[in-house]
Design a protein around this ligand. Sequence first.
Ligand code: PLP
Length: 396
Amino acid sequence: MNGNPHLFIPGPTNVPDVIRRAMNIPMEDMRAPDFADFVTPLLSDLKQVFRQTGGRVFIYPTSGTGAWEAAITNTLNTGDRVLMSRFGQFSMLWVDMAERLGLEVDLCEVDWGKGVPLEDYAARLAADKDHKIKAVFATQNETATGVTSDVAGIRAALDATGHPALLFVDGVSSIASIEFEMEKWGVDLAVAGSQKGFMLPAGLGILAVSDKALAAHEDARMARCYFSFSDMIKLNDTGYFPYTPATQLLRGLRVSVDMLLEAGMESVWERHNRLAAGVRRAVEQWQGCRLVAHGPEWHSDTVSAIYTPEGVDARHVIETAYHKYQTSLGSGLAQLAGRAFRIGHLGSLNPVMLCGALSAAEMALVDAGVAIEPGAGVAAAQEHFRATTPPVQKSI
Ligand code: PLP
């Protein structure tokens, strides 16, 4: 009777009906003689989403965090030095994991609102004449702050110094949404999660691995078992998995990959950019509010983190949007709790859906006493969408 609730957190994202239907099937035999006919092309088609031709993609029944752990434990050794940067909740958690797994972290501390510090990375790589740094880590899209970093720039810094370190990218809130080029950018390990750009429920950690990283795996001695690449490779090569796969999620993933590839990755990236720009237009109209991202070079096309004005508790805005307007906005994480809210704009989404989210956020802000002219943000977004939305779009 009250209509649908609206989900505008930066993952899990809305699951398209066609994907939901593809998962609503009876349990199936994951050792059936023809199951491999389904798995083998899925693994190879997934590579196109990551934009790789060589290497491999692994699908683990886990979340993005599990895929991070798989990436580290399969390719590095305890005590290895790694170059990392911390500028939000997720880059922070990745550093924490690296330390807990026994890596020696060479850490760049960055203001929240900025991303991977390219100059600092370049300087540290140039200074590392003995190539002690075994891996360079980058959170491509920091979901907590709505900040996107320049992965191609990190590759350029590695190449400029002739540094052989592996390049690890957390693409959990970027891959399958914004530009990501595994091979062109020379990324060695790229982590994604099913619940963001892939438009699925949480439950799959998807990890793309380069040939160079597969070679590093041969010498990597960190303890691992469930996430072992070797065990996966042995079974994946036959079209099966070393343990019970999440078959329904895999059936959904098949449809997701088909939708992404049918639309074309460039079109998916362009749509996210277009939608994100509409959100940013709205935020410009919300007096006293501003993006957490420090400037356009950091703007994320999948999530906007927005500071509320001084004296306005962002938690109050989020609660009002949820209880009064049935709209879930993302909360401010860690040091942003109470100071910022987030709008997720990734996955299966169109301008009218987004106008709904902006309208709910705007009403909740006005309810919280923010001096916004009602409708101003939505109107600005509408103008942008009217001017930029192509008349015929692919289905996602
Ligand atoms: N990295 C980023 C950038 C994320 O946004 C998230 C989750 O939101 C994670 C890692 C952790 O992924 P998961 O919650 O799927 O384990």
